[in-house]
Every structure is written in structure tokens, then in C-alpha cells.
Design a protein around this ligand. Structure first.
Ligand code: SF4
Ligand code: SF4
Length: 665
């Protein structure tokens, strides 16, 4: 006979404001099998947990129901407390009377009735819970970091410094990401390359880091502690081991006029190239789309001039399988393109800002390259159309961000600050120039950020105009910018030499596809979703996969670095154990009923379903049935819902339990 204990939480006033918790406790206390029932202000607090543990021992409870918030929030907390009191943790269930009841109702009488029913259902369910043994799986103490920008670099270095091997995979020919493109960084104005390039070199030289650049994730299998990742290392057409980085091939390559993506297409590069002089690795890659040898079979000059014989036109993509125990995703961001509406982009374009066709309307990253000493103009601010120094420059903030009518409602978080920085860089280089900024409001919530923003106005003389631009157009060699200053209620018209748009931060192209390979969730903008916004901000809901940087949402450099170190710390916590305990809530197939249709295998998002041969005593094959690998199963229940012969059962969610809950209503 069960001796169930029910603990009804007030959640401060979150529940008790709408639900009569004392009545719930009294009512469910009368249900068959309930031996003890009480209510308490905060069940998750130390006194709350002590109350629960003491009751288990004093009342000799066999099962526990905690009626409180969502199990997503505190199931682990209460199961731990139950375990500490000597019960199997899976004999404890939570009844959600907050999100499912008090937060969505107003009438106290009706909400209380509903809460009683929710708890009553859980009482019936918990009676049928079984003691579940913990599943342990071994941990491979190597990690994969995807993305070689500042987030990926920081995470990789932290994990490697702790003594664990790291495989770092970067899509571009060099690591460095967007931070390597920046001129100076806010709020300290230190040179981005000066703080970034030593870290890039550390990655290249670290004995624990295996670096794959010009490489992508092809396929991911497995589960926390035991992933098998297939990396596609694209053909560089240059042997990295032989190349000395002398650069002769790039000098001699006759195709020199290919717009360099690293310089936002303002500078040119040859067909065999490194994206920028400080690239890591400093090994060139042949851009096969533009190389004459690949296009026509002629040329081959780079191979002829390469002393060590590193140029290899026959090189092919390689597929390499790397076993890892944890994955850090750090794929970063991209800026919304004003040149055209990218395919699949959720935002509608900015035709009113010149369709991206006016050469002197540029985005923030292009301005960074113009301001950078390593950029196409050697650090001089020169406008693209005629190379003249702009004497009046207009910056427009929130282009794409916070524009619900265009399709993006979020704030890109970094634009207020980098625009303030741009006005400073401009004033430092063009002393007699005037910067204007159209803005809605300034968002400066960071250490020394507001002071920095004020400095751009008070010391660097930027003129801020509170209002949006309605239109801009080319008039002779000027760009006329029309907008309104809502602080004084007047229309403004500025004849500018150059316009810089602070365009929205978006996830990298291909973010959605990578998420599908990894089995992680993403939001409607394709930013990756964390397991819990407040309590698990660097973990994915998929165990063993962590997030760092702007792939999760817009972030500045300090936040990105902090998050990368946090993700690395999570990986190290995982690697601190040799074996990993997994929740035993997994699916099981009843061999007798399984008809071998393998619908379950098709729908399982974790790839947990395998095929198992059933043989008779003579070894003859009788049938092939489904088998769920408990180490891989995520306990989602999809297979159970799909199985046409009802041969799959999920522990804790058996048909018997579901029927018992329905009957309790
Ligand atoms: S491929 Fe050959 S020529 Fe080109 S940088 Fe490497 S060693 Fe020098
Ligand atoms: S419950 Fe079924 S579908 Fe879900 S992970 Fe486990 S085996 Fe796959």
C-alpha cells in the first residue's frame, strides 16, 4: 500500500494569490493512498526541503508529490531532496499548479478546484511509478568547439588550458571571426587585432588544440559524453604541412581583382589568398571559383613558383570523424545585408535607404574596415565612390533592429555603442569633420558604457538627433538624408558625404542547418535557444551541447567572452567525472509486440532506435525488432506516440499511468 506525501507550495504569492493552497492540501490529504499532506510558503527553500525530508522519514512515505511550479524548474531539486531522505528519486513527481493553474486563471474558487484535480492526477500517477536505476555512461574527455571567433577561441583555450583536448572547427580559411575585422573596441578603444591576434596564435600553438579551418560539420551522432562528429575539411588546394607561408604564390597569381570578403568587399585579393595578413593558419587557399587553373585548366603559376611544392590542385575534401564528449557552439553573427534581401531572411529590406545601391551608404562593419590600419585604405576614412575624405557623415542606428514592421523585433544590443565608437574614430581621423547620429534612444547598460557614449557627444562633438530617417537619396555627390528630430519636433535634412547604417545583428547563414545536425533548438530568427533563460543560459536543452557568444543572441565582446568561459566551465564540470549519470526516463520496446515497422526509428530525434535481431535456439532469425539504446534516448516519447502496435513504453509515462491520471479527473 502506497504512503504518499503531498507538499503544496505557495510559491510566495505566485500560487497562493489565486489558489487556496490550504484547501488543496486538506482535500488531497483525503485521497486513498495519501498518508500526509501539507502546504508551505517556499517548498524549494532549505526549510521547505527539510520539511519534505523529515516527513519522508517520520511518516514513512513511499512516494512524494510536490505541487508547485513547472518540473522544468525544480524537478531535479525535489528529486535530490527525496533521494537524500532515502527514497528512489523517481518516486517523486511534481504537479504544476503554477504555470498550468495560478498564472493562467483569475477566479480563486475555480483555480483551486483545478489545482485539486491536477494534484489528484499526479497522486494516481505516482502510485504507479517504478524504482528506476540510474544509467551511467562513459565520458570521452575531448570537446568540439564550432566557430573560431572570439567566443570559440576563448572556450577552446579555457578547456585546453584545463588539460583536455579540443577540436576547433572554423568555416573560414582563418580563425578570428568578426573581432579580427574590427578596428578598435568599445569602451576602451584598444586595438582589436592587438588583443585578438595573440589569442589566435595561442590556439595554433596549443598542444591540446586540434585546429580545422576551412572546415564544416557534416554530421553529428551520439549523446552527451559520447558524440561522433564528422568534419568536412574542404580542399584548400595547398598542403598545410608543406606551405611555409612565404606568400610568393599570392604575389604571382595573375588574378588579383577578387573582392575580399574580409574587407567587406572593399579591398581586392588574388585567387590564391589568405583572408588577412595575420591569418591563422597563414596558409593560402585557392578560391576555385575564380582560379584560372580550375576554370580553364590553364595557368598553374602558383604551383610552379611554390618552392616547397605545397600547391596541390588534386586535393579533395576530407571527411574526418572525431569522438568528443561535449560540444560548444560558437558560430557567431552576421550583419543584415543592406545590399539585398538575403534568401530566407526574416526582414524585409531597406529600399528607402538606397537599396544598398548608393556606393557611399555602407554598413558598420565596412566602416570598421575603413578605420582599420590593416584595412583597404590603410586606416583612412575615405568614401567608396571617389576616395575623398567625408566631411559630413551620418550614422543611422536601429536599421533592421527593433523594427517589427520589417520583421525583427529585438534590439541588436551592440549598435548604440559601436556607433558611438565610430563617431570617435571618425573625429580622431577627420578633425574638421562632423558626425550626425539618428537614434531612437541610447542603450548603454555595461561597465563604463554610458560614460563612453557621453564622451562621443561631449568631447568628440557628435550631434545626436532623436528620430528616424524617412528617406535618403543621391543628389550630385551628396547623399541627402531626410528625417525628423522628435525632441524639438522639426524636420531635418542633412547633405552628407557618407552614410553608415547600424544594421541588425543576425545569426550566421546556415545556423538553422547546423542546429538540425546537432539536434538543438532555435528561435524564429535562428538564434540558438538556451535550456533556461535565467538558470541555464549557456546550456542547450540537448545534453552535452553548450552555447557561447552571439549565436545565442546579440552580444558585445565582454559578454561573449564571459559566456564562452562559462560554456568552457560547463564542459570541464562534465569532464570532472569518468562516468556520467543519466536520467533513466527512457523508452523500452516490448519485443513481443514489435512488428519491425521502424516508424520509431524514423521519428526519433536522438537517433536512439536501433535494429535488433531475434533468433530462436537454433540461431534462426525470427524477426528484427526495434531496440532503444538507453544511453542515447532523450526520453521525449515521440516513439511511444508513433508506434502503431503500442509496443513502446516510456518510464514514468506508461499507458497505465496516463489512463490512471485520466480516470482521476
Ligand atoms: S603555397 Fe607555396 S608559395 Fe604559397 S605561401 Fe605556401 S609555400 Fe609559399
Ligand atoms: S523516447 Fe523514443 S523517440 Fe524519444 S529519444 Fe527515446 S527512443 Fe528516441
Amino acid at each position: 500500500m502506497s504512503r504518499i506525501g503531498v507538499f503544496v507550495c505557495h510559491c510566495g504569492e505566485n500560487i497562493s494569490r489565486t489558489v487556496d493552497v490550504e484547501r488543496v492540501a486538506a482535500q488531497v490529504g483525503m485521497l486513498p493512498g495519501v498518508a500526509f499532506s501539507t502546504d508551505y510558503k517556499y517548498m524549494c527553500s532549505d526549510p521547505g526541503q527539510t520539511l519534505l525530508k523529515r516527513a519522508i522519514q517520520e511518516q514513512r512515505l513511499s512516494h512524494v508529490v510536490v505541487a508547485a511550479c513547472s518540473p522544468r524548474m525544480h524537478e531535479k531539486t525535489f528529486r535530490k531532496a527525496v533521494e537524500a531522505a532515502g527514497l528512489n528519486p523517481f518516486l517523486c513527481e511534481m504537479a504544476n499548479i503554477r504555470e498550468h493553474c495560478s498564472w493562467v486563471h483569475e477566479d480563486k474558487q475555480e483555480a483551486t478546484e483545478k489545482a485539486i484535480e491536477i494534484v489528484g492526477m499526479m497522486v494516481e500517477r505516482v502510485k504507479k511509478n517504478r524504482v528506476l536505476p540510474t544509467i551511467t555512461v562513459p565520458v570521452t574527455k575531448r570537446s568540439l568547439v564550432i566557430g573560431g571567433g572570439i567566443a570559440g577561441i576563448q572556450a577552446a583555450l579555457d578547456i585546453a588550458d584545463a588539460g583536455h583536448e579540443v577540436v576547433l572547427v572554423e568555416r573560414e580559411p582563418s580563425i578570428g571571426g568578426h573581432m579580427a575585422q574590427l578596428s578598435e573596441t568599445f569602451p576602451t578603444l584598444d586595438c582589436s587585432q592587438c588583443i585578438m591576434t595573440p589569442k589566435m596564435v595561442d590556439v595554433a600553438n596549443h598542444p591540446k588544440i586540434k585546429l580545422y579551418t576551412y572546415a564544416e560539420i557534416e554530421h553529428v551522432e551520439g549523446y552527451i559524453g559520447n558524440f561522433q562528429v564528422t568534419v568536412r575539411k574542404k580542399a584548400r588546394s595547398v598542403d598545410e604541412d608543406r606551405c611555409t607561408g612565404c606568400g610568393v604564390c599570392m604575389e604571382k597569381c595573375p588574378i588579383k581583382k577578387i573582392p575580399n570578403k574580409f574587407d567587406c568587399n572593399r579591398g581586392m585579393r588574388p585567387a590564391i589568398y589568405v583572408p588577412f595578413p595575420q591569418a591563422v593558419p597563414n596558409t593560402p587557399v585557392i578560391d576555385r571559383e575564380h582560379c584560372t587553373k580550375f576554370r580553364t585548366g590553364k595557368c598553374g603559376l602558383c604551383q610552379k613558383v611554390c618552392g616547397p611544392g605545397a600547391v596541390d590542385y588534386e586535393q579533395e575534401d576530407q571527411l574526418i570523424v572525431e569522438p568528443v564528449g561535449a560540444i560548444v557552439v560558437a558560430t557567431g553573427f552576421d550583419l543584415y545585408s543592406i545590399a539585398e534581401k538575403p534568401k530566407g531572411s526574416p526582414i524585409k529590406g531597406y529600399g528607402e535607404f538606397g537599396h544598398g545601391k548608393l556606393p557611399d551608404v555602407i554598413d558598420g562593419m565596412t566602416f570598421e574596415r575603413l578605420a582599420s590600419a590593416s584595412g583597404p585604405t590603410g586606416g583612412k576614412i575615405l568614401r567608396p565612390s571617389d576616395g575623398k575624405e567625408p566631411k559630413q557623415i551620418v550614422f543611422i542606428q536601429c536599421v533592421g533592429s527593433r523594427a517589427r514592421e520589417k520583421g525583427i523585433s529585438y534590439c541588436s544590443k551592440i549598435c548604440c555603442m559601436y556607433t558611438a565608437k565610430h563617431t570617435m574614430l571618425y573625429h580622431h581621423k577627420v578633425h574638421d569633420g562632423q558626425a550626425y547620429v539618428f537614434f531612437m534612444d541610447a542603450r548603454t547598460p555595461g561597465k563604463n558604457y554610458d560614460e563612453f557614449w557621453r564622451r562621443s557627444i561631449e568631447e568628440e562633438e557628435a550631434v545626436y538627433i532623436r528620430g528616424m530617417v524617412s528617406r535618403l537619396y543621391q543628389k550630385d555627390d551628396k547623399i541627402v538624408v531626410m528625417g525628423s528630430d522628435i525632441s524639438v519636433g522639426v524636420q531635418v535634412e542633412i547633405e552628407a558625404d557618407m552614410v553608415v547604417l547600424a544594421t541588425a545583428v543576425q545569426p550566421q547563414a546556415g545556423a538553422e542547418l547546423l542546429a538540425q545536425k546537432l539536434g538543438i533548438s532555435y528561435d524564429k530568427y535562428n538564434f540558438y535557444s538556451e535550456a533556461h533563460a535565467k538558470l541555464r543560459p549557456v546550456e542547450c536543452a540537448t545534453a552535452g551541447i553548450y552555447l557561447a557568444g552571439a549565436c545565442q543572441g546579440p552580444k558585445d565582446i565582454p559578454d561573449t567572452v564571459s559566456q564562452a568561459s562559462a560554456a568552457a566551465a560547463k564542459v570541464m564540470t562534465l569532464f570532472a567525472k569518468d562516468k556520467l549519470e543519466r536520467e533513466p526516463v527512457v523508452a523500452k520496446v516490448k519485443d513481443a509486440g514489435c512488428v519491425g515497422c521502424f516508424y520509431c526509428k524514423k521519428v526519433c530525434p536522438y537517433g536512439a532506435v536501433e535494429e535488433k535481431e531475434m533468433r530462436d535456439r537454433q540461431g534462426n532469425l525470427v524477426k528484427v525488432v526495434a531496440y532503444v539504446n538507453p544511453g542515447v534516448c532523450g526520453g521525449c516519447g515521440t516513439c511511444q506516440a508513433t508506434c502503431p502496435s503500442k509496443s513502446v513504453e516510456l518510464d514514468g509515462y506508461t499507458d497505465e499511468q496516463i489512463v490512471a491520471m485520466i480516470e482521476a479527473l
